[in-house]
Design a protein around this ligand. Structure first.
Ligand SMILES: [Zn+2]
Length: 324
């Protein structure tokens, strides 16, 4: 197994994965062992002239697909009832994160999505990305078109405006909202009603917590209620705060400049908390507000005039196909 080092960890061989053994015709001795290490690659072990290992990528082909549907209860249920790839649910929720509250979907909402599927050996192995989408919520259509104006793919509406705000929607990549911003919430630890001025994101202990925007760390310390927490000032109007961390990320201390998406700490349950989660607090002009009710947050860059005709070409191509 020393020889396989750096190519493949033999301890990772899993029950249920396919393998093939090849024997020499004349001598019947084992010549090759081919193991499907994942959907994307396989491992070839040759026994002669000496044992060697090689990892080979499978050929991926990309196929454009289109799906549409009407929601009766939740987006997830609609997808699984139709046998649509559930990986796509996370992607679409991300695309429209600031436009649509997917926790308040109404029956009758509709969607139409064009996306790219990854296919290997004739089998679908995953979803690569979304090309264009329409989501009609409360009879109002929202559009998203993927376009790269030199800074990586981003999503824009039919007017070429960015769907992204200058803040990330949440400080975690995958999460479950366990408690929303609300006045007079029954506190699970204190057993009485108190205002809950943050949004709680439940996630496993140790999950990375990101800064939702560029800024400067102004507090990184411990208090009895907040546990280990970080507060970041983004500008003279906005600050954000992240409570109950298990620990800070390396180098996070007051004065440190952070980038949007930079890891500032890890999920924990220090302070007044029942289980691992981040209590995310959004400060505007010194008051804690519900970030999802701020309809005037600054937006990401729109399509640049020099990209406008190329963007319009892409947009028109997809618009016709998803508008109804
Ligand atoms: Zn909270």
């Amino acid at each position: 197994s020393l020889l396989s080092r750096g190519v493949f960890n033999l301890k990772k061989i899993k029950k249920g994965n396919d393998y093939t053994l090849f024997f020499e015709k004349e001598t019947n001795r084992l010549s090759h062992f081919i193991y499907e290490s994942s959907n994307y690659d396989y491992l070839i072990c040759s026994f002669y002239p000496e044992i060697s290992f090689k990892k080979v990528d499978k050929n991926i082909s990309y196929v454009e697909r289109q799906i549409s549907g009407t929601i009766e209860s939740s987006l997830y249920i609609s997808f699984s009832n139709n046998n649509f790839p559930v990986d796509l649910v996370n992607l679409i929720v991300d695309v429209f994160a600031w436009q649509i509250d997917f926790f308040r979907i109404t029956p009758g909402d509709t969607y139409n999505i064009i996306y790219t599927e990854e296919v290997i050996d004739g089998e679908v192995v995953g979803v690569k990305d979304i090309k264009a989408a329409r989501f009609t919520h409360n009879k109002k259509p929202f559009f998203a078109f993927s376009y790269d104006q030199g800074l990586g793919n981003d999503f824009f509406d039919d007017q070429g405006k960015s769907l992204r705000k200058t803040f990330l929607r949440s400080p975690l990549k995958f999460y479950r909202i366990s408690s929303k911003y609300q006045k007079k919430r029954f506190h699970p630890v204190l057993k009485r009603y108190r205002d809950h001025l943050g949004t709680d994101y439940a996630a496993p202990r140790g999950t990375s917590i990101f800064s939702v925007a560029d800024g400067k760390v102004i507090e990184a310390r411990y208090t009895r209620n907040n546990g280990y927490y970080v507060k970041i000032k983004h500008n003279n109007i906005f600050s954000t705060q992240y409570l109950h961390m298990s620990k800070f990320a390396k180098g996070i201390k007051p004065g440190r400049l952070v980038k949007q998406g930079e890891i500032i700490g890890y999920v924990g349950s220090t302070g007044l908390a029942t289980g691992p989660h981040v209590c995310f607090r959004f400060w505007r002009n010194g008051r804690q507000v519900d970030p999802y009710k701020q309809n005037d947050l600054p937006q990401g860059d729109p399509i640049d005039p020099q990209h406008l005709s190329a963007f319009n070409y892409v947009k028109e191509k997809y618009f016709e196909r998803i508008k109804v």
